[in-house]
Write a protein that binds this ligand. Structure first.
Ligand SMILES: [Zn+2]
Length: 60
């Protein structure tokens, strides 16, 4: 197993973790059926719509 040669400095790890805040929000797009904002490439949480058809039926 590969082992790090040197311990990473506080500033190095902190500056890396500072970037995590920036990449938090994933891309959202509106559902084609009901217009609710949902994360792209996911089934709509409201109507279960994905790729122009109802994939999950929540009404039952
Ligand atoms: Zn929808």
């Amino acid at each position: 197993m590969a082992v790090p040669k040197q311990k990473k400095s506080k500033s190095k790890s902190r500056s890396r973790r500072a970037q995590y805040l920036k990449m938090k929000i994933p891309s959202f797009s509106d559902c084609t059926n009901c217009g609710t904002p949902r994360p792209s490439h996911t089934v709509c949480p409201v109507c279960g719509f994905y790729k122009n058809k109802i994939v999950v039926n929540y009404s039952e």
